[in-house]
Design a protein around this ligand. Structure first.
Ligand code: PMP
Length: 444
């Protein structure tokens, strides 16, 4: 298998740069390594010390402000006052585990399930996207009695032992476990008929897993393929594959941790752009706008199988405070009409980025839906090969220029543009202006 640039390696700080860092930052980095240790990741050649956030802005310890087009957790805006107030009030009233009755959890579940296909009629609540994907794997395996899972080549679905196995972007060495089939989504851009190609890849995956004796329990995809480099179009390309999989008894798990809660603009969920009905939907990150909460929606009978086997309890999942945060997020998405804004600003971003693409030969593609866009960088002097070095240079130059952005994709050559859903036109213009400046500064 061709080496995939790990999602955790993208724009990661390396100790090799410590001596170049400002003394104040260097001291903080050392302190972190001496306490939290080697699994603690930091971004940028010189890590950033952020002390405050507001809407689309983050502020460092020197008062410098940064336009945030990276973070999709505070999806309705950093420190949204509605969420802050809801959490503070509930925290001061009651916060316990969810084995007592409370009204908030039902109200929230009803409201969220209303946004999903009717067949997805139960909502389990947890704290992280990893936990919800971990449960999704258990449901698929319990329901089908099979072990095999199909995932895309640079997917990231979380950090538990089971979920790491189906997150190829986390593998630092070795090959995928035998029960995991990897689908080479980066080849999709070369296909004349992406939907037929994707379905063919899934058919091949099912056959491979059957031949190896595992069978196929599920196709697990992030419906906007974030860490793979963002593959949104053509809308509907997942449909033939999902229908084929479901006709063979496999489950379709739509990981909505990234595209969910309105980011793609046209609806609450990324999978709806594809006209498919998942068997399981997993969600996290933007669900609580920074409050750690996640969820899994599925048919009741799938959950009954798991419950008959081991049961499930999650201490903090669906706590009164989590539900208060989640409810405030749903209120704000509706009241501030954020999905319409995601569509409007997303289309503007895309048009302007395509205009930049027409003027800079190193920009080879612009993709995405709503406020989730990917921009590929290539090296025209090397036959248009993906240019991860330039991507990293741009990420660090944009930071100096007051813009926070990240990378994605199998070769690390895609810039991921994912601002809070409340971004305004003037802020989009500021990004576009700084981006063009950084393209010139980092030109070889
Ligand atoms: N799924 C996707 C698509 C993700 O991007 C992530 C986190 N980056 C997860 C799952 C895991 O979520 P968490 O970090 O909350 O466990």
């Amino acid at each position: 298998m061709e080496k995939v640039r790990g999602i955790l390696d993208q724009n990661a700080f390396s100790m090799a740069h410590i001596d170049k860092a400002d003394a104040r930052i260097g001291a903080l980095v050392r302190k972190r390594l001496e306490t939290v240790g080697p699994t603690s990741m930091l971004f940028y050649e010189e890590p950033l010390h952020i002390v405050r956030g507001e809407r689309v802005w983050l502020f460092d310890d020197q008062g410098k402000r940064y336009l945030d087009v990276y973070n999709n957790v505070p999806s309705i805006g950093h420190c949204h006052p509605r969420v802050v107030q809801a959490v503070a009030e509930q925290m001061g009233t009651l916060n316990v585990h969810n084995r007592y009755l409370h009204e908030g959890i039902h109200r929230y579940a009803e409201r969220l399930l209303d946004t999903l296909p009717r067949t997805l009629n139960r909502l389990v609540m947890m704290c992280t996207g990893s936990e919800s994907n971990d449960m999704a794997l258990r449901l698929a395996r319990g329901w089908t009695g099979r072990q095999g899972i199909i995932v895309t080549e640079a997917a990231y679905h979380g950090n538990t032992a089971a979920v790491t196995e189906v997150s190829p972007s986390s593998y630092k060495q070795g090959t995928p476990p035998d029960h995991v089939h990897i689908l080479p989504i980066s080849r999709m851009s070369e296909q004349a008929d992406p939907a037929a190609w994707f379905a063919e890849q899934v058919r091949y995956g099912i056959e491979q897993l059957e031949a190896r004796g595992h069978g196929c329990a599920a196709l697990l995809v992030d419906s906007i393929f974030s860490s793979d480099g963002i593959y949104a179009d053509p809308a509907g390309f997942l449909k033939p594959a999902v229908e084929l999989l479901q006709s063979r008894g496999g489950l379709f798990i739509s990981d909505e941790v990234q595209p969910g809660f309105g980011r793609t603009g046209q609806g609450m969920w990324g999978f709806s752009r594809h006209g498919v009905t998942p068997d399981v939907v997993t969600m996290g990150k933007p669900m609580g706008n920074g409050f750690p909460m996640s969820g899994l929606a599925a048919r009741e009978e799938l959950l009954a199988v798991l419950n008959a086997d081991v049961g499930y309890f999650n201490t903090f999942g669906g706590s009164p405070v989590a539900v208060a945060a989640g409810t405030a997020v749903l209120d704000v998405i509706a009241e501030e009409d954020l999905m319409a804004n995601a569509t409007r600003q997303g289309e503007y971003f895309k048009r302007q980025l395509q205009d930049i693409q027409a003027r800079f030969e190193e920009v080879s593609d612009v993709r995405g839906a709503g406020l989730f866009l990917g921009l590929d960088l290539c090296d025209p002097t090397r036959d248009g090969a993906p240019d991860a070095q330039r991507t990293t240079a741009l990420i660090n130059d944009l930071k100096r220029n007051g813009v926070l952005i990240g990378g994605a994709g199998k070769s690390g050559s895609t810039l991921k543009i994912r601002p809070p859903l409340c971004i305004e036109r003037s802020e989009a213009d500021l990004f576009l202006d700084r981006f063009e400046q950084s393209l010139r500064t980092t030109a070889r």
